[in-house]
Design a protein around this ligand. Structure first.
Ligand SMILES: [Zn+2]
Length: 305
């Protein structure tokens, strides 16, 4: 394993122009060794550390010119314990339901279905309940969720692919829809993945992508403390840069909308009270309702061009 970091050009336009850093953490990840960053990756320390982001002078993508290389990323994801969801299930279900409503607006929900990183299948379940897809291709390396994921497709035909990007067993031009929820911000080479995926899509297929939006109001308010600035994101998009990325990968954008994230109010209230130094274990059950907040995410629908 190499210990030095990858020095990368803009992943959309490969521009060689030297970009100036736009946002950094107080202690910069690029100044620390690979070994000493591991506990930060795993979230053991409260201090926020990430690789500095610069803006490409040609396409205006916000990306980290110094970042982990593929081997380092592989090792870091490998040693992580599986997702422990802090957000209650009811809220997650509601958030993903909102994404599904967006797909439903544009897609016939027929033919093959591809999802990259479906986890336990919260989004997938909407498709199996209301769609008429004839085959589910689910790229999910986490074996611990395989049982729940298989359940989410009901009686439909499905294949779980344990390689996140192992599209080779999916027949070309067979899928009517593909879904990537919070995946694209994590990829070192998003064009390569989108291009490979495109070959699996039918000409009128719809691709649904959920990403952070670095031009969001929330980012402006919280500045460098915005949660999407983190060690897992080699770049973060905005409506313009994601449009450029998709065009470069052979798609055209149909729609871009802000999404709502749902939370249980009791969960938010507890955290608010903690912020003021009031430690409570639980709050009265009258606060157990969910609210939707626009937290700086966008849902993009694209189609092959
Ligand atoms: Zn660029």
């Amino acid at each position: 394993m190499t210990q030095s970091y990858l020095h990368r050009d803009c992943p959309i336009c490969q521009s060689k122009t030297k970009s100036v850093n736009e946002v950094s953490s107080l202690q910069r990840a690029e100044d620390l060794s690979y070994e000493s960053l591991i506990p930060y990756w795993n979230g053991f320390f409260k201090e926020k550390i990430f690789f500095s982001y610069a803006r490409c002078e040609e396409c205006a993508l916000l990306f980290a010119p110094i970042f982990y290389d593929l081997d380092q990323l592989g090792a870091l994801y490998e040693q992580m314990s599986p997702n422990m969801d802090l957000v209650p299930m009811a809220a997650l279900v509601k958030t993903q339901r909102g994404y599904f409503e967006e797909l439903k607006k544009f897609s016939t929900l027929k033919n093959g279905y591809i999802e990259i990183g479906p986890d336990i299948g919260i989004f997938t379940e909407n498709c199996s309940r209301e769609g008429e897809f004839n085959n589910y291709w689910l790229c999910e390396p986490n074996r611990e969720v395989a049982g729940a994921l298989a359940k989410s497709v009901g009686h439909n035909q499905f294949t779980i692919i344990e390689d996140m990007f192992g599209f080779s067993q999916i027949p070309d031009h067979s899928a009517g829809a593909a879904v990537m929820i919070q995946v694209l911000d994590h990829l070192l080479d998003p064009i390569a993945t989108l291009t490979e995926l495109r070959a699996k899509l039918m000409p009128d297929a719809k691709l649904l992508i959920v990403t952070h939006n670095e031009k969001s109001l929330l980012r402006k308010i919280v500045g460098w403390r915005w949660p999407a600035f983190c060690l897992q994101h080699p770049q973060i998009y905005n409506p313009n840069s994601i449009t450029k990325l998709l065009e470069k990968s052979g798609y055209k954008v149909t729609s871009i909308e802000k999404t709502r994230n749902y939370f249980e109010f009791s969960f938010l209230l507890k955290h608010l009270l903690w912020a003021f130094g009031i430690k409570v274990k639980s709050v009265p059950s009258i606060f157990n309702f969910t609210i939707g907040l626009k937290l700086g995410n966008i849902v993009t629908i694209a189609t092959p061009r």
